[in-house]
Design a protein. Sequence first.
Length: 138
Amino acid sequence: MPLANLWNRILSWFRERNDRLQLVNDFNMAARQAWVAGYVPSCLKASISKGYSEYRHSFSRWMASGFRICVLSGAQLSKQDIKYIGEAILSNEQLVRQLVVLGWDTLEVHCDVGNYGCRWALKEHLMLGGGNANNGIH
């Protein structure tokens, strides 16, 4: 492999990594501002996780393919509450597409109290070809 091609691949990897970190930081900033302003009852915090290998798609990162959201509520949330938060995120078509092209394949929503959470395959929530997304939860 010519040195120029290798260098371009390395630069591309760093750009993608920077784009992923920027999305997480932007999400966290917007979530904090919404909570402080009183628009939402709980603060959300996004991070990158391992992901779930069965949700892989052609753009999935080899490692760290999960987009995890922790709900800072101070109390155990019900499964319905966690599903509601996940579905609110999945209803944002632009965000879902951005997550997919940046290599995420799994959306995880967990509470800061307890061990319960939900996860979704992002590829099942893409609005490709103008069709409806599959609203399955796993």
